[in-house]
Design a binder for this molecule. Structure first.
Ligand code: HQG
Length: 179
């Protein structure tokens, strides 16, 4: 497949596996898994198992995973669906993690901290570069450094998804370095 085809399938998978499985009459289990055969047969765009494997393996952000015998597939993070338990283990984060955003959100972030908005978690990254890319989706990126180890010591929980995105429920303003 060419890049355009894999991207089209990846976008479709993000929509179905993170946000709206109902759109094609698919049901995810409580851990976010979809049955692979059912996904392929109900999908509006045509692809087979080999092509699905190619999308999972080549995806630049490792957005999706198969279970061991490849009968099930799920998104690694980014869900807006409620009540999906990704079975992540709480971990001690590094001293700082980064969040990329844009100027138009700053007034609100200064008031209420980082909130999960429509997703299940606030997304943070270990690399500054990643945060720049995330922020740049919306315009000129502003990078916030978060004192995550201090948050952790004060009882906040942190998780790291299968594809290396750090997740937490919220970041109160006092832990954000506004420079
Ligand atoms: C902002 C993509 C106002 C927040 C990316 C962000 C990432 C607030 C937006 C992943 C706020 C939410 C997640 C507050 C946060 N007031 N705005 N209190 N708190 N915000 O898309 O982090 O390609 O849900 O700064 O690469 O941008 O989908 O989160 O701008 O990994 O795999 O509200 O999505 O990955 O936007 O991106 P999002 P995000 P995928």
């Amino acid at each position: 497949m060419n890049e355009k085809q894999t991207k089209q399938i990846s976008k479709f998978l993000s929509l179905i596996l993170r946000h709206n499985p109902d759109k094609i009459g698919l049901t995810l289990d409580e851990n976010g898994w979809a049955n692979v055969n059912e996904l392929i047969s109900k999908s509006k765009i045509r692809f087979n198992l080999t092509q699905l494997e190619e999308v999972v393996v080549t995806n630049n952000k490792k957005r999706f995973s198969f279970n061991d015998d490849k009968t099930k597939i799920r998104a690694n993070q980014g869900h807006s669906l409620k009540n999906i338990d990704l079975e992540l283990t709480a971990l001690e984060p590094p001293q700082f993690l980064y969040h990329g955003t844009v100027a138009k959100f700053m007034e609100s972030i200064k008031k209420t901290g980082l909130q999960k908005m429509s997703r299940q978690h606030v997304h943070l990254s270990h690399e500054r570069e990643t945060a720049i890319n995330v922020g740049s989706r919306r315009g000129k990126a502003i990078i916030l450094s978060i004192r995550t180890l201090e948050m952790y010591k004060n009882g906040f929980k942190f998780y790291c998804s299968e594809n290396g995105v750090w997740l937490t429920d919220e970041v109160p303003t006092e832990y954000i370095e506004f420079k």
